[in-house]
Ligand binder design. Structure first.
Ligand code: ADP
Ligand code: MG
Length: 638
C-alpha cells in the first residue's frame, strides 16, 4: 500500500479546475471516454507492431451509472496501467501538467475559454466527484493490477487489486451538485454530444435497472415464436453501441454514396431539408484533416444564415464553430472537420496567432473555392440552380477573405431582368454600346417595377441585387473594377430613354418654369426638377434618387445616426430629382397653363405618382393623395 500527497500545488488545482470548466461540467465524460479510446488505440498499435496478440473479445468501452449509488463508471479493455505507470501518468505527469496549466492560466482561468482540455483530462473527474478510483491491469501479463483511490483530489492511496482482466475501470462517486450524471438520460445525452463518433464502441448500462427474469423472457419468446425471425432475435438481444466508430468523413470519398452523405447530414445537423451539395475534405499532407462541408438549403427570408461547423480531434468532439480555426464565412455552412494535428490544449488567442491554424483555415477556404469554381466550369447549370442559395455565402466569403475573392470573382453570377444568370463581364459586354461600364441594379423587384418596365422596353438590362449583403458587395466590386460603377435602377435616367427633340435652351427654359410652378404647388422649397423628353409619352413624372446620396443615407441608417440625435429626414429629399416628361400631355398642360384653377392639383398628383412608383408615401401624404384622387374623379363624373 502506498500513500502520498498529490502535489505541492494540488490545493490550488481543484478550485481552478472547477471554475475553469464551470459552464461545461459534462466534459469529464468526454475526457474519460477518450482516455479509454486512447488506451485501446495504444493496444492496437502494439498489436500492429507484433508486441501484443490481437484479443478474441472486441475492444469496447462501457459506461455504467447507478443513481442509487450515485456513481458513474468508465470501463475499457485497452492497454491498462502498471503500478509504475499510474505513478508516472496519474500521480506525476498529470500534476506537472497541472502546474504548467496553472502557470499559464493563473490570471485568466475565469475569462479565457480554453478549447481543449486535453492533458489534464483525467482530473476533470474531480469537477463532479468527491472520490475517484482507478482499477487497472496492464496488458503485460506479469504485472499486478492496481487500485488507486483519491478523495477530494488531495491524497491518494495505491494498492494491489484483484482485477483479473486487462483494462481500466474508473469509478466516480459523484458530489452533491453532480448527481445528474448518474441519470441514464443525462449521461446518454452527454455521450451523444461529445462521443458520437469516437473510434471505439461505447455501451451504456443502467446498473439500477432490474435484471430481466430469464424465465419470463423464455415465455415471451415462446408466445410469439411464430412471428419472430432470427434476425429480430439477434437485433433485440445484442446491445447496440451508442456511437458510430467510422463517421463518414473518415472514409474515402470514393467509398461514400450520395445517400450516405445525406443521411449523415440529417443525423448530425438535425436538418430535415436536403443539403444542396457537399465537399469531402481528405488531406494527409502536410497536415491531417478530414471532414465534410455541406451547403445547406436556406430560405434567406426566414432562416438566419447561421451554420454549424463541428470540430473534432481524432473523432473526439471539441466544440462548435471555433472561429480561430474555421474561416468566418464558412460558419454559414454545416459540416464536420476532424483535425488530429490541431494544438487544442492552448487558449483561443494562442490559436489565433498560430501559423499552422492559419494554414488549415486557408486550405479549407481554398478547397471550397476549388469546388465552386469547378462546378461553375463543368456544371454551370447546377451552379446556377444553387446560386440563389449559395450566393450570400460566396459574397460573404469574398468580403472576408481576399484569397477567396481572387478565386471566386470570375464565378460570381447575377440574375438579369429576364431571369438569366450573367457574370459581370458578360453583362458589361452585352451593354457595351448602351451603358458603357455602368451597372444598373434592382434591389426590390416590386417597388422598382416601374423602372424595370421602362428598362425592359428600352432593352436595357439590370442585375438583381436584392440581398442585404449585396450593398457591401457592390462597394467591393467597385473597388476591384476601377472603371465600373453601379447605379440602382432609379438612380438616373440614361440617355437611352430620352429622344433628342429638346434643345439645351428649351430644356433650361422648361426646367426653370416648371421648377417654379411645382415648388409653389407643392410648397417644397428644396425640390429639384429636371425636364427630359422621354421616348415614352405616357410617362408623365418619375423620381430619380442619386446613387451617391442614397448610399450615404443608407450608410447613416446602418450606423444608427438617427439614434445619435441626427435626423435622417434632414437628408431626406436630398439627391432626389423629379423628372418631368416634356413629351407628356399633362406636363405640357402645366407648362402652358401655370395659373389655371386645376394646375396645382395636377402638380401635386404628378409628384405623388412619381413618389409612389419609387417608395411608399408617408401617412400624411397618403391621406392627401386619396382625398385628391377622389376630388379628381368627381371632376370626371361631372
Ligand atoms: P492525456 O490523455 O492528455 O495524456 P489525461 O489526464 O487524460 O491526459 O491522462 C493522463 C494519462 O493517464 C494518459 O496519458 C494515460 O497514460 C493514462 N491514462 C488515463 N486513463 C487511462 C486509461 N483508461 N487506460 C490507460 N491509461 C490511462
Ligand atoms: Mg486524456
Amino acid at each position: 500500500m502506498k500513500k502520498g500527497n498529490l502535489s505541492i500545488n494540488s490545493e490550488n488545482i481543484f478550485p481552478v479546475i472547477k471554475k475553469w470548466l464551470y459552464s461545461d461540467h459534462d466534459i469529464f465524460v468526454r475526457e474519460l471516454i477518450s482516455n479509454g479510446c486512447d488506451a485501446v488505440t495504444k493496444l492496437k498499435k502494439l498489436s500492429l507492431m507484433g508486441e501484443f496478440d490481437e484479443p478474441d473479445t472486441p475492444y469496447r468501452i462501457d459506461v455504467i451509472t447507478s443513481s442509487e449509488d450515485k456513481t458513474i463508471q468508465f470501463i475499457d479493455n485497452g492497454i491498462g496501467m502498471t503500478a509504475d505507470e499510474v505513478e508516472k501518468y496519474i500521480n506525476q505527469i498529470a500534476f506537472s501538467g497541472a502546474e504548467a496549466f496553472l502557470e499559464q492560466y493563473k490570471d485568466k482561468a475565469t475569462e479565457e475559454q480554453i478549447i481543449g482540455h486535453f492533458g489534464l483530462g483525467f482530473y476533470s473527474a474531480f469537477m463532479v466527484a468527491d472520490k475517484v478510483t482507478i482499477e487497472t491491469k496492464s496488458y503485460k501479463d506479469d504485472e499486478d493490477a492496481v487500485l488507486w483511490e483519491c478523495e477530494d483530489g488531495l491524497e491518494f492511496s495505491m494498492k494491489k487489486s484483484v482485477k483479473a482482466d486487462r483494462g481500466t475501470i474508473i469509478t466516480l462517486y459523484l458530489n452533491e451538485d453532480s448527481y445528474e450524471f448518474s441519470n441514464e438520460y443525462r449521461v446518454k445525452e452527454v455521450i451523444d454530444k461529445y462521443c458520437s463518433f469516437m473510434p471505439v464502441e461505447i455501451y451504456y448500462t443502467n446498473a439500477d435497472a432490474p435484471v430481466e427474469d430469464p424465465k419470463e423472457a423464455t415465455v415471451d419468446v415462446k408466445a410469439s415464436e411464430d412471428e419472430k425471425t432470427e434476425a429480430d432475435d439477434t437485433e433485440k438481444n445484442t446491445p447496440k453501441p451508442l456511437n458510430n466508430t467510422t463517421p463518414l468523413w473518415s472514409k474515402h470519398p470514393n467509398d461514400c454514396t450520395d445517400e450516405e452523405y445525406k443521411e449523415f447530414y440529417h443525423k448530425v445537423f438535425h436538418d430535415y431539408k436536403e443539403p444542396l451539395f457537399w465537399i469531402h475534405l481528405n488531406m494527409d499532407y502536410p497536415f491531417n484533416l478530414k471532414g465534410i462541408l455541406y451547403f445547406p438549403k436556406i430560405n434567406t427570408q426566414y432562416d438566419n444564415l447561421e451554420g454549424t461547423i463541428k470540430l473534432y480531434n481524432n473523432q473526439v468532439f471539441v466544440a462548435d464553430n471555433i472561429k480561430e480555426v474555421i474561416p468566418e464565412f464558412l460558419m454559414l455552412l454545416k459540416g464536420t472537420i476532424d483535425c488530429p494535428d490541431l494544438p487544442l490544449n492552448v487558449s483561443r488567442s494562442a490559436l489565433q496567432n498560430d501559423g499552422f491554424v492559419k494554414k488549415i483555415s486557408d486550405y479549407i477556404s481554398k478547397k471550397v473555392a476549388d469546388k465552386l469554381s469547378g462546378m461553375y466550369k463543368v456544371h454551370r447549370e447546377d451552379y446556377e440552380k444553387y446560386w440563389d442559395d449559395i450566393n450570400p455565402f460566396i459574397k460573404f466569403g469574398c468580403l472576408k477573405d481576399e484569397k477567396f475573392l481572387d478565386k471566386m470573382k470570375d464565378y460570381c453570377i447575377y440574375k438579369n431582368l429576364e431571369g438569366k444568370y450573367l457574370t459581370l463581364p458578360e453583362y458589361l459586354e452585352a451593354g457595351k454600346e448602351k451603358y458603357e461600364n455602368k451597372v444598373f441594379y434592382v434591389t426590390d423587384e416590386l417597388a422598382q417595377s416601374q423602372y424595370i418596365n421602362m428598362f425592359k422596353e428600352e432593352g436595357i438590362d439590370a442585375l438583381m441585387m436584392t440581398q442585404t449583403i449585396d450593398s457591401p458587395f457592390i462597394t467591393l466590386l467597385e473597388q476591384k473594377n476601377e472603371n465600373v460603377h453601379f447605379y440602382r435602377i432609379d438612380a438616373e435616367l440614361s440617355d437611352n430613354f430620352v429622344n433628342d427633340s429638346l434643345s439645351e435652351e428649351t430644356t433650361k427654359e422648361y426646367t426653370d418654369k416648371l421648377t417654379e410652378i411645382f415648388k409653389k404647388a407643392l410648397d417644397m422649397e428644396n425640390l429639384t426638377v429636371k425636364v427630359e423628353a422621354l421616348k415614352n409619352e405616357a410617362t408623365s413624372s418619375m423620381l430619380t434618387l442619386s446613387e451617391e446620396s442614397r448610399r450615404m443615407q443608407e450608410m447613416m441608417k446602418m450606423y444608427g445616426m438617427a439614434g445619435m440625435g441626427m435626423d435622417p429626414s434632414m437628408f431626406g429629399g436630398q439627391g432626389e430629382t423629379l423628372i418631368l416628361n416634356a413629351n407628356n400631355n399633362l406636363v405640357k398642360y402645366v407648362l402652358d397653363n401655370p395659373d389655371k384653377e386645376n394646375t396645382a392639383t395636377i402638380c401635386c398628383q404628378l409628384y405623388d405618382l412619381a413618389v409612389i412608383a419609387n417608395r411608399p408615401l408617408s401617412a400624411d401624404a397618403m391621406t392627401k393623395f386619396i382625398a385628391r384622387s377622389n376630388e379628381i374623379l368627381s371632376i370626371l363624373a361631372k
